[in-house]
Design a protein around this ligand. Structure first.
Ligand code: NOJ
Length: 976
């Protein structure tokens, strides 16, 4: 064991010094399906939609789509959705095998809407949600065009790159044998798979024997569900040429090798891809996770962006390489509006992005279609390519970027309001050595007056990497340790990875083995891979019984030594398999239901977290809000908590890329994200560490973390000046917790994330469309962290509304900046360039405390920053900071408004929370005239109380001291 561990360290240290080894990860060229699809750029594929086959139902329509080369009918299902969206599904009409349909990403079955047949001609059909939001289906060649109020916004297959590899019988001796066996044994997916692999191992270079596709016998292998089978019209399909099946001979279709790994591919090719153009859009965003710019780059001369959840050590920057998570969602931004596409598929996916110089996506037919399109100017095009599964695509018609986000999060869900501690500061390290070390860390934060809410324990806290256990010597009294933390209002997070040590004395292993809970090898045995504990197996979270089992493990009587203040970190859940292809699971391993890992890879990690979430809910009797950090994620993961950007490095570039990475995640629904502050690998120079704390304090998830082999770097270890600067940065975070908390609450309600690209609030300001160094928190704070070494000034882009008169106030000095464009801002080491928008009111809590829990009853400071008309408004949300009581109405959500000398606080809804604190200070910036007197009146009282204030004429700043306004009542102030 010792030797194995050392071996691992050797491998890790190698990565540690050298950065990512690109040779460990596939390029498109090395991934046969990606290569085949990319080739359609030169030789477009040929499909027609048989418009005569249209079968129209109340909320959906079915049309046959036929590959004119192979003569294989597909079914296109079009579903009209509520809230301006269409969904389409494409699959074989008489499929040999059912395709995997992603089940866990959608928050619920989407609400459908009536579909309207607007036009039916020989060469096209128009289906509408209404007269404006509509889809044109063109027959020959097959293509879809979508329109919203801005006109023609999306085209699918405008370039003819649609290619759908139907399940087929292999034209070889081997293939013939497989299908014969399958015929005999019937439809058991896993049995077929096992036999297929077994035969495959016997025969190495099978002879090519042509064999015709026989839907009648083949369909016995695994028929589609009755409801999945499309309805067709009475009319005969259009004439199509006969199959020549040229593609059958291409390498990699029936088995594929990568390095020493063999993919047996018993079901053969099953991939599909299509081009999507966005006329009128010059920018596309999304498809996280990549360490790249927010606006996606043209990939023509390199690899496409890859979506395949992988454990990548010290990843490459500004690269389309795959990372730990995958969200197949893009948003295309036009001059003003935006549209989105959610490509619901959990298999390996590649996405090419292209800058199209102009023209090319409008067919002559389209120009004739009523309300049709004119030739577009330069625009973006993407090409999605997935290895298997159902083609299941959502077109989100906006028309604005916030509408698209609401449509997307309406489908996949929102991040539930976190507990207050979760959005405060977290201190992590691989590892805190023992309970004394934990005590030492939190005492030192106290000694140095540095706020801290959470300490984290990495894998070494366990008994030999057996999760749900403690090292009996180093953590002999975890409950005592917890008590010390809880007394200071602090929490602990422990790591629970989904690889299980194959140790016959380990209860989890015993249970999983006995119950058949592990992912299976092609021979039906438990798959064994290599991870932190050495030989490991992986629970199959696609089995509901496994999810239930995992959930139960978090109960206090099972996970001994934990309390309600212990929360969870699910790491390595891509899953990471050290000796697997590309450090992950082999694609032909088998899951519950007979699905291959190939079909479900990208969603595995999310199911781990889903089960953990259910476990924490059950543990706390559904009272306390769970907190979970995950490394792997998929569309919908936002519903379970936070993710972080994995193993970054202590380099300025990693700090810089953290901004577009978090923004990209934010606009793909993942609201609660951040990177390892300080960089995971390597030792940061002091100024890098400082700048990272300053940036991290203004990102949604704020956690410092470091690799085992780095020097200790808790902020109290530094010289006095460094300590002071970091202390100030963390305090700035704590001061803004009421604002962050309100933003998270609003995110739960609307799906709009706390951290936003500028264009989300200024959709017409095209200068904001490609910015990677500046962003907004809510709509009121502009943040441009210093991410350059030795910077003495930074250039900040100030966006503006149409009148170009937006005023921005420096949050420290109240210096104002007006008008759109770049301004140079001087920075010393203390300075974090943050600006409050004129027209906003921001709630803060300014009393320094040791943890957020100790701030619960602290009074508020309201910062009112006036716009050019002397107005401002904002919101404030308050509750107990931890429970689900807010869902029973125990909260206050209020609107703050200042205009014409009156500042008022009004409840926005029926929520009430008697424990809400009070206002101790109000600062009004930009007030041109000094008031004579200010009176306060609190709802339910007749008294008008005169308030004490001071006015700084030079800066136009008014400060009202101790107005003592209770936030559980409505009130107003009148300025005379
Ligand atoms: C990989 C994670 O990315 C890292 O944060 C963690 O410290 C190590 N696993 C050890 O658990």
């Amino acid at each position: 064991m010792r030797l194995n561990r050392n071996c691992l360290f050797f491998i890790l240290s190698f990565c540690y010094v050298k950065g990512v080894d690109k040779g460990n990860f596939k390029s498109c060229e090395q991934s046969s399906f990606c290569k085949r699809h990319r080739a359609t750029r030169e030789t477009p594929s040929a499909y027609i939609a048989d418009l005569k086959s249209l079968s129209l139902h109340k909320e959906r329509a079915f049309i046959d789509v036929i590959n004119v080369e192979a003569n294989i009918p597909l079914t296109l299902e079009i579903i009209a959705l509520h809230n301006y969206a269409f969904r389409i599904k494409i699959q074989e009409k008489n499929g040999l095998r059912k395709r995997y349909q992603v089940e866990n990403a959608l928050v619920r079955e989407p609400e459908t809407a009536p579909i309207i047949l607007l036009e039916k001609k020989d060469d096209h059909i128009v289906l509408g949600l209404d007269a404006v939001n509509r889809m044109v289906i063109q027959g020959n060649p097959f293509r879809l065009d979508l329109f919203n109020k801005d006109g023609h916004v999306i085209t699918m297959n405008g370039r003819g790159m649609f290619k759908f590899e139907h399940y087929r019988t292999r034209k070889t001796l081997l293939g013939k044998a497989i299908s014969k066996v399958a015929e005999v044994v019937g439809s058991s997916g896993s049995l077929t798979h096992r036999l297929a692999s077994w035969i495959g191992n016997l025969l190495s270079s099978p002879e090519e024997i042509p064999m015709e596709h026989n839907p009648e016998t083949d369909s016995q292998i695994e028929p589609l569900d009755a409801e999945e089978v499309q309805q067709t019209s009475e009319e005969p399909p259009a004439e199509v040429p006969v199959n020549n099946d040229a593609e059958e001979t291409e390498p990699g279709m029936w088995e594929e090798d990568y390095k020493s790994h063999h993919d047996s591919k018993p079901y053969g090719p099953s991939s599909f891809g299509v081009d999507l153009s966005f006329p009128g859009s010059n920018h596309v965003y999304g498809i996280p996770e990549h360490a790249d710019s927010l606006a996606l780059r043209d990939t023509l001369n390199g690899d496409p962006y890859r979506l395949y959840n992988l454990d990548v050590f010290e990843y490459e920057l500004w690269s389309p390489m795959a990372l730990y998570g995958a969200i197949p969602f893009v948003m295309a931004k036009g001059k003003e509006g935006a549209v989105g596409v959610y490509w619901q598929n959990a298999a390996e996916t590649w996405v090419d992005v292209r800058d199209v110089p102009g023209g090319g996506v409008v067919s002559s037919l389209m120009k004739l279609v009523s309300g049709g399109a004119s030739e577009p100017g330069p625009h973006k095009e993407v090409h999605f390519i997935s290895e298997s599964g159902l083609m299941d695509v959502f077109f989100l018609l906006g028309p604005g970027p916030k509408d698209v986000l609401q449509q997307y999060t309406g489908l996949t869900g929102v991040t539930p309001l976190p507990q207050m501690f979760a959005i405060a500061y977290h201190q992590c390290r691989w590892n805190y050595n023992d309970q004394e070390d934990v005590q030492f860390v939190h005492e030192n934060f106290d000694k140095e007056d540095m706020p801290l809410d959470v300490i984290w324990l990495d894998i070494e806290h366990t008994d030999n990497k057996k999760y749900f256990t403690w090292d009996p010597i180093k953590f002999s009294d975890s409950l005592g340790m917890m008590k010390n933390l809880s007394d200071k209002g602090r929490k602990l997070v422990t790591i629970v990875d989904p690889h299980i040590k194959r140790d016959s004395n380990y209860f989890i292993h015993k249970d999983c083995e006995a119950n058949g809970f592990y992912i299976k090898d092609t021979n039906g045995k438990d798959f064994e891979g290599w991870c932190w504990p050495g030989s490991s197996s992986y629970p199959d979270f696609f089995n509901p019984a496994v999810r239930e089992y995992w959930k139960e493990q978090y109960a206090f009587d099972k996970y001994h030594g934990t309390t309600k203040d212990v929360y969870i970190w699910n790491d390595m859940n891509e899953p990471s398999v050290f000796n697997g292809p590309e450090v992950t699971m082999h694609k032909d391993k088998l899951h519950h239901g007979g699905w291959e890992h190939r079909d479900v890879h990208n969603i595995y990690g999310m199911l781990v977290v889903d089960s953990t979430f259910q476990g924490l809910m059950a543990r706390g009797e559904n009272k306390l809000r769970p907190f979970i950090l995950s490394r792997s994620f998929f569309a919908g993961s936002q519903r379970y908590g936070a993710i972080w950007t994995g193993d970054n490095g202590a380099e300025w570039g990693h700090l810089q890329v953290s901004i577009p990475m978090v923004l990209s995640l934010s606009i793909a629904g993942m609201a609660f994200t951040g990177g390892d502050v300080g960089g995971f690998f390597k030792n940061p120079e002091t100024d890098l560490l400082i700048r990272w704390y300053q940036a991290g304090a203004y990102q949604p998830f704020f956690r410092a973390h470091a690799h085992e082999q780095t020097r200790r770097r808790e902020p109290y270890l530094y010289d006095e000046t460094t300590k002071d600067i970091i202390r100030q940065a963390i305090r700035q975070r704590y001061a803004l917790l009421p604002y962050w908390y309100t933003l998270f609450y609003e995110n739960e309600k609307t799906g709009i994330p706390p951290m936003r690209p500028l264009w989300l609030e200024y959709p017409k300001d095209s200068d904001t469309f490609a910015l990677d160094d500046v962003y907004l928190l809510g709509d009121s704070l502009l943040v441009r962290p210093v991410t350059e070494s030795k910077a003495t000034s930074v250039k900040v882009y100030f966006p503006s509304d149409e009148s170009a008169m937006t005023i921005w106030y420096d949050v420290e000095t109240y210096e104002t900046f007006t008008g759109r464009g770049y301004k140079s801002i001087e920075v010393d080491m203390y300075k974090i360039p943050v600006f409050q928008r004129g027209g906003s009111i921001i709630p803060k809590k300014l009393r320094p405390r040791r943890s957020s829990v100790l701030m619960q009853h602290d009074p508020y400071t309201l910062v009112v920053a006036l716009d050019e008309e002397g107005k401002a408004s904002g919101t404030l949300y308050i509750d107990d900071g931890e429970s689900f009581d807010y869902r029973e109405g125990k909260y206050v959500y209020g609107h703050l408004d200042y205009q014409r000398g009156k500042l008022s606080f009004r409840f926005l809804d029926a929520g009430r929370y008697s424990d809400a604190s009070w206002v101790e200070r109000i600062i009004v910036a930009g007030l041109r005239l000094k008031p004579h007197k200010i009176f306060a009146q609190i709802q339910g009282t007749k008294d008008h109380v005169e308030l004490d204030f001071k006015y700084e004429a030079k800066m136009h700043i008014l400060t009202i001291r101790k107005p003592k306004l209770p936030m559980n009542y409505e009130w107003h102030l009148q300025f005379y």
